[in-house]
Design a protein around this ligand. Structure first.
Ligand SMILES: Nc1ncnc2c1ncn2[C@@H]1O[C@H](COP(=O)(O)OP(=O)(O)O)[C@@H](O)[C@H]1O
Ligand SMILES: Cc1ncc(COP(=O)(O)O)c(N)n1
Length: 270
């Protein structure tokens, strides 16, 4: 029987297709993992911003989670937007039912600046979920919320990654430097050593969904059994090419190109 690697995302939606569940499923598919999804919130948004959000009830969230764990294999999972404390609690308790690497993208605001999580509930990400992760992938503003201090330099990023693992109990931390000036560098700390992942900064306004796409790619590679540093290395390449070949769609920050690695795309656009 053919074996397939199964990856699950637990996140909010993006009808414009660049971020959230939609970006995650496209990424899983592109990287040849079988994609599954549990919706936390149905979000009305596009490239210009968030218009509204409908948060699912705790019971219905749990019903979806159980539908997966009672029936389907999960080889790796990620979480994205989790809008409030009660949903975080449900997911935290349900995580006891799965034995798979867990990647948390601690989504707080959309690229447009609109909040995706209730501010007073941000701290519960730390309490309920961070200690259960294999990896947390904060950008700079999210790192500042998690560690409670300003991040201005690459040295600050490394120090914060250490704090997230040592003091907050994450399995590993990948602090992403997309919001700093200069090279696009991310630092991974796995409790033992640092790894650095660098790419040139691509001059593109189309970065809607980069964080979702990156963490989904890491999850896909983990579902296939790659070790964490290798999974991040390959995912960094994937997200960099997705930004390089991004689409000028919509009136705001356009989406990345989830099929940028396909040979025909290179032939067509390089
Ligand atoms: N303009 C860019 N050129 C190249 N890489 C980028 C660019 N912007 C972001 N990245 C990379 O995309 C990934 C997502 O980063 P970041 O923007 O920090 O996260 P988020 O989307 O969660 O805000 C990181 O690997 C970051 O280094
Ligand atoms: C449902 C949902 N989840 C996450 C993001 C953040 O996207 P980005 O990767 O651009 O920070 C988003 N805009 N919508």
């Amino acid at each position: 029987m053919r074996k397939v690697s199964c990856a699950l995302t637990i996140a909010g939606t993006d009808p414009s297709g660049g971020a959230g569940i939609q970006a995650d499923l496209k990424t899983f598919q592109e990287l040849k993992s079988y994609g599954m999804s549990v919706v936390t919130s149905v979000v009305s948004q596009n490239t210009t911003g968030v218009k509204g959000a409908h948060h699912l009830s705790e019971n219905f969230l749990l019903s979806q989670l159980k539908a997966i764990s009672e029936d389907m294999p999960v080889h790796a999972l990620k979480t994205g937007m989790i809008a409030n404390k009660s949903m975080m609690k449900v997911i935290s308790e349900w995580l006891g039912e799965v034995d798979a690497p867990y990647v948390m993208d601690p989504v707080m605001v959309a690229q447009s600046g609109d909040p995706l999580i209730e501010k007073e509930d941000q701290r519960y990400l730390k309490e309920y979920l961070v200690p259960k992760t294999s990896l947390v992938t904060p950008n700079i503003p999210e790192t500042e919320v998690l560690v409670g201090g300003e991040i201005k330099t690459e040295a600050d990023m490394k120090e914060a990654a250490e704090v997230i693992v040592r003091d907050l109990g994450a399995g590993a931390a990948l602090v992403k430097g997309g919001h700093l000036n200069g090279r696009a560098v991310d630092f991974l700390y796995d409790g033992k050593r640092f790894y650095e992942f660098e790419s040139e900064r691509i001059d593109s306004p189309n970065t809607h969904g980069t964080g979702c796409t990156y963490s989904a790619a890491i999850t896909a590679y983990l579902s296939q059994g790659h070790a964490l540093p290798q999974a991040v290395k390959e995912a960094k390449y994937f997200v960099t090419e997705a930004i390089r070949h991004s689409f000028h769609l919509g009136k705001g920050s356009g989406p990345t190109n989830h099929f940028a690695l396909r040979e025909e795309v290179f032939n067509q656009w390089l």
